[in-house]
Design a protein around this ligand. Sequence first.
Ligand SMILES: Cc1cc2nc3c(=O)[nH]c(=O)nc-3n(C[C@H](O)[C@H](O)[C@H](O)COP(=O)(O)OP(=O)(O)OC[C@H]3O[C@@H](n4cnc5c(N)ncnc54)[C@H](O)[C@@H]3O)c2cc1C
Length: 403
Amino acid sequence: MDLTYSLEDLAFRERARRWFEANTPRHELTTLEQRRSWHRTLYEAGYVGMGWPREYGGRDATPMQQAIVADEMARVNAPPTINGLGIGIVGPTIIVHGTEAQKQRYLRKILSAEELWCQLYSEPNAGSDLASLRTRAEDRGDHFEVTGQKIWTSGGLIADWGLLLARTDPRVPKHKGISCFLISLRQPGVEVRPLKQITGSAEFAEVFMTQARVEKSDLIGRLGQGWEIAQTTLSYERGGNSLARVTRYAMAFRQLVESTRTLRRSGRPLLDDPVVRGRLGRLYAELEVQRYAALRVLSALEKGESPGPASSITKLSYSEFEKRFYEVALEILGPYGQASSGLPANLTLPVVGSSGHGNTWPYAFLWSRAGTIYSGSSEIQKNVIGERVLGLPKEPRADRVKV
Ligand SMILES: Cc1cc2nc3c(=O)[nH]c(=O)nc-3n(C[C@H](O)[C@H](O)[C@H](O)COP(=O)(O)OP(=O)(O)OC[C@H]3O[C@@H](n4cnc5c(N)ncnc54)[C@H](O)[C@@H]3O)c2cc1C
């Protein structure tokens, strides 16, 4: 693995850095229109969907260039794109499995955020065990009719469309009877309800579908191919972008160190406390481990290799690290780490969180709980690592036992 940047990459980084320093909004984006407008600015500058093929509006950018842009965005704490799931998951799924007509109809509008997307996979009893999902799509001749409930739908409240997994054949083994569809959420028969999180915001929704309509032309791939298609989607979710995370952690770490210089205990800066220094030292060492792990993924992607199931190692490692990191930060900062407002100006402690949303330590701490759940929980990552990386026997499961 060669960790030096090429001259071209360095020049590219320099251009991106200048652009983000000049164009990143200085204030928090609160309205949908502000977020959409920031997304459009990014899109027009060519920083959205960079890895997509040129013919569909992308730039055929290398994994390195994508990592550099994500990294530069993290460095200036730029707000994320508004259509993250559309760009990161739905678009690539359509590019790999969609028809030419689907590509022409949907891809550009995803890039420009004219249409916002969400991912309709999880159900109340089908999260880790996704293949047991029960939402059904029935063939009604000229269209499909969808009935069921989805949950934990990120961005569901603002989405116009969803990438849906639904059961089309209940008679075959559970993985085989699932199909993948594009469904409009702006139609009668679809109800979206907000779910309030521990952070106080409602970035998720529950989506209820009652005889909702899906056009025949909006089936992705073949009938019954949904499970295979979902594996493509999930590999995008667990894949790259780790370097930008590390940049965010590193910035939060610097802010933490700064705060320990400002805050005093018994008249002396917290940073003078040997226990605090020890904790910070350990965090820093762990942070460097994360950086090398992210570079390893990037190096594999640059060589055209897919990190495959091994990306579960990175996902497990960074999400568990993130939890430890913000726990230790709150412990060090004491009451100052828990207040989200009302502190005197010299004690207001801003932080860069991994989500790109919110800028307080309590928010970042609470959000860090999500990392070990989304895109497959830590326990599931351990199963993947055990079974598919280490080749250990599969875990015994009731639905795998032959009668
Ligand atoms: C921030 C966030 C965003 C999300 N966004 C979306 C989204 O946009 N769209 C969407 O479809 N879903 C989304 N999800 C849902 C997410 O994919 C599920 O929460 C996740 O897959 C876990 O499923 P579950 O919540 O049903 O938990 P369960 O599957 O019920 O798991 C509960 C616990 O049991 C453990 N467990 C389950 N099975 C096993 C096993 N076989 N071996 C060992 N332990 C096991 C789990 O690891 C977990 O600790 C999001 C979740 C979060 C937190």
